[in-house]
Design a protein around this ligand. Structure first.
Ligand code: SF4
Length: 247
């Protein structure tokens, strides 16, 4: 009786694909990811990390667009790298693209995006000047489901590179998912709001996701307070007197 490996070899399908971590298999359905390369594959994960860490803006979007590091590459229509001023002081980070973003390749372009634009306008800003908008994930999870941990890990190097390239003075985390992913906590958004945290040494303020605000008008006033905290924090950072931070 031939072994499975022998059959695969006979069919020309060797080397055999093996998951290194079975508990995370659900995130890697589809295209091969960093964690389910063929056994014996000589490409180390570190070469991918090194490549992404060295990306410049000219190559960034194309690299994201060609990415197959998690299964979302199979279901996306377009990747959504980010939009805005690459020299911005403000960086806004959401969770993942939705249906409209997936179709257009730009983050926050639906109803929630229009609300976000209104919020920025109330501060005298717009998404093309002094603001850069990105998501933790660059490809849409099917049905807008919650991102899997492996997908977040696979995509994290791109966000890290964006932060390194932009060097924002302030990060605004939009919604609990983005805040949780950036701060590595499962704390409620209510407990994370109203304080200044840090991500990679950059002051970070947490506020509600615009899609949530569309459903919960009563929290719009709190979101306005968060924006004012963000603006005050940026002013304090710019003056050189950084406030006490958490996280
Ligand atoms: Fe690559 Fe990120 Fe898209 Fe996954 S979500 S395929 S890691 S760009």
């Amino acid at each position: 009786m031939p072994t499975r490996a022998e059959v695969l070899r006979e069919l020309g399908l060797a080397p055999e694909w093996r998951l290194r971590r079975s508990a995370t298999a659900s995130a890697s359905v589809g295209a091969p990811s960093a964690n389910d390369r063929p056994a014996g594959d000589a490409r180390p994960e570190s070469s991918r990390l090194a490549r992404i860490a060295a990306l410049d803006w000219e190559r960034f979007a194309a690299d994201v667009d060609a990415c197959t590091a998690c299964g979302l590459c199979r279901t996306r229509h377009r990747s959504v790298p980010g939009v805005g001023d690459i020299h911005a002081q403000w960086m806004l980070i959401g969770e993942a693209p939705g249906a409209e973003e997936d179709a257009r390749g730009e983050p926050f372009v639906g109803q929630a995006g229009r609300l976000l634009d209104n919020m920025l306008a109330s501060l005298g800003m717009n998404r093309r000047e002094n603001v850069y908008i990105a998501n933790v994930l660059k490809c849409r999870p099917p049905g807008n489901r919650t991102p899997e941990p492996l997908e977040v890990e696979a995509c994290r190097p791109y966000l890290e590179r964006q932060v390194a390239l932009i060097r924002p003075r302030l990060i605004l985390a939009l919604g609990k998912s983005a805040a949780s992913l950036l701060l590595g906590t499962d704390a409620s958004i209510a407990s994370l709001r109203g304080r200044v945290h840090r991500f990679r040494d950059v002051p970070l303020v947490v506020t509600y996701h615009p899609a949530y605000l569309l459903r919960s008008l009563q929290d719009k006033a709190k979101a306005w307070e968060d924006l004012l905290l963000a603006r005050r924090t940026l002013a304090t950072v710019s003056s050189g007197a950084l406030p006490g931070v958490d996280g």
